[in-house]
Design a binder for this molecule. Structure first.
Ligand code: FES
Length: 154
């Protein structure tokens, strides 16, 4: 006999227990982050382990990882059991360096903002806050994307 019904979750149950919308869960499945089997009627059934995987992906996103990166990290962890302390600390170490990078980014942003206080030029060409990756000011789409809604017109 296969796993009992109670070992499996419908997408609604997984949604209720993980706090994630069913549409997001379907998207996670599309990306290969979680897996389901189909009943004869075509309904998804998730192994209980999917809850842990969803929690892992959510934690990874909080650290700033994209879904693709979260998937790559998940691929290094076992599917059918909890990670060992060694496996987990390997992942946590990479997350720690990611958080350090984010702190450094925010510190740079804070320094740029300090230069903007009392300035008000809001110049695409010279304001480092507007154009953090290219202060010389190419006017590519990346620079435009950063324009805030309250942008003044020159
Ligand atoms: S507003 Fe002038 S440098 Fe940012």
């Amino acid at each position: 006999m296969g796993p009992s019904r109670h070992d499996q979750l419908t997408i609604g149950e997984l949604s209720a227990r993980s706090g994630l919308a069913t549409s997001a869960l379907r998207y996670y499945e599309e990306l290969g982050l979680i897996h389901s089997e189909r009943t004869a009627g075509g309904q998804r059934r998730f192994a209980r382990q999917a809850l842990r995987r969803v929690a892992f992906v959510r934690a990874a996103q909080r650290v700033g990882l994209s879904l693709e990166e979260a998937g790559a990290a998940l691929a290094g962890l076992p599917v059918d059991r909890s990670p060992t302390a060694t496996e987990w600390s390997r992942v946590a170490r990479t997350w720690q360096s990611r958080i350090d990078e984010q702190i450094a980014d925010l510190e740079r942003l804070r320094d740029h903002l300090t230069g903007c206080i009392g300035c008000g030029c809001l110049s695409l060409g010279t304001c480092a806050l507007y154009n953090p990756h290219d202060i010389q000011g190419t006017d590519g789409p990346g620079a435009r994307k950063l324009l805030p809604r309250h942008s003044r017109t020159a």
